[in-house]
Design a protein around this ligand. Structure first.
Ligand SMILES: NC(=O)c1ccc[n+]([C@@H]2O[C@H](COP(=O)([O-])OP(=O)(O)OC[C@H]3O[C@@H](n4cnc5c(N)ncnc54)[C@H](OP(=O)(O)O)[C@@H]3O)[C@@H](O)[C@H]2O)c1
Length: 327
């Protein structure tokens, strides 16, 4: 068993340049934990928020001067190579997948066993790693919006990690999807199942037909709340997955406005705070194995280039997911 490993460590909040590749000690699993040899780590906008400590509100939860966990990477596929007290040693060798609290941009990572689920060996680790955060958020957004077969929904921000899962899961559930995305991504989003697509740079949410949708899933977070609400039929809802805001409080102002607009409204605006749900990861992986959901991967990067991968996600221009694989 290795005692040292490579990991991308940050000692301060900042952009991708704040991370450095170091040799550090392989961690020891505590009670209820397992040690994973990392097979693949998918990156998320959430990794960038924690890396940069932006908005400042993030720092209250993750550490005032630097993130308490210095290694980014929440979406991890790996193999159990050691277990802590209270965990069955027969699990060693099991391939698993899960949303961790960080640490995936390394050769080994510790996680509580309860955060991971077995990975179907037929699914490549890089593909499985895309599922927990982005797929789980998409799943929870559709659930939050009570989306069902026969509904017509609008997905705003359809080409990113969360968006590409949202379009596919909604289509798989029998909903008709309209989508706002960049012009260059329209054909991709249509290939994922969208019936109609619009270029967000030339079409505002407010330009689309009023009272047309059973749910609007706003992943981009830039449209006016009143415009979003007008798109929804009475009885439908707007789900806010994301929201732009200031450097200090982030989307808090938008969330308060959403709350006020929703009082006694027949078209409520529902903010989403997605959480790690291993059972949802398993449910999506079943669809991946069956071929009804095909995760979109923009590019895989070797671990020694993970800083460039973080910078790419930081750009906000990724199509589908960015995945890092230990070389
Ligand atoms: N509420 C929660 O619990 C939760 C959970 C997970 C993620 N999130 C949030 O969800 C957001 C999206 O995450 P993600 O991983 O999908 O991001 P992402 O992969 O970085 O999204 C990038 C994509 O968004 C597109 N885009 C950017 N601005 C747009 C706009 N105004 N309209 C339409 N498309 C736009 C880009 O297209 P172009 O290249 O054409 O610009 C790009 O393809 C993030 O803000 C993240 O923090 C929230």
């Amino acid at each position: 068993m290795d005692t040292m490993m490579r990991a991308w460590v940050q000692d301060r909040y900042g952009n991708a340049a704040a991370t450095t590749l170091r040799r550090v000690t392989v961690p020891t699993p505590g009670k209820g934990d397992v040690l994973l040899k990392v097979s693949a780590t998918a990156l998320n906008a959430g990794d960038i928020r924690v890396m940069s400590g932006d908005p400042y509100l993030v720092r209250l939860a993750f550490g005032l001067r630097r993130p308490r966990n210095p290694v980014r990477g929440m979406d991890v596929a790996g193999v159990i190579v050691d277990v802590g007290p209270g965990v069955d040693t027969s699990l060693i060798g099991t391939e698993v997948i899960g949303e961790l609290s960080g640490g995936g941009l390394a050769e080994y990572v510790i996680t509580a066993l309860k955060r991971v689920v077995p990975k179907d060996p037929r699914i490549e680790p890089a593909i499985a790693a895309t599922v927990p955060v982005a797929g789980g958020t998409a799943w929870q957004a559709l659930h939050h919006g009570k989306v069902k077969a026969g509904d017509r929904i609008l997905v705003i921000g359809a080409s990113g990690g969360v968006g590409t899962f949202t379009v596919q899961l909604a289509t798989d559930a029998g909903a008709e999807v309209w989508a706002l995305c960049g012009e260059s991504n329209r054909s991709l989003v249509e290939s994922l199942g969208a019936a109609q697509t619009f270029d967000y740079r030339s079409t505002d949410a407010g330009d689309l037909p009023k009272s047309e949708f059973d749910a609007v899933i706003d992943i981009a977070g830039t449209a006016k709340l009143r415009d979003l609400r007008r798109l929804v039929r009475p009885g439908g809802s707007v789900v806010l997955v994301s929201g732009e805001g200031g450097r200090v409080f982030g989307p808090i102002g938008r969330l308060i406005r959403a709350f006020l607009l929703s009082i006694r409204s027949t078209r409520p605006i529902r903010p989403l705070a997605a959480t790690a749900k291993p059972e949802v990861t398993s449910a999506i992986l079943e669809r991946v194995a069956a071929g009804s959901v095909v995760p979109v991967i923009e590019r895989t990067w070797p671990l020694d280039q993970a800083q460039a991968a973080l910078a790419r996600v930081e750009s906000g221009r990724t199509v589908g997911k960015v995945v890092v694989i230990p070389d």
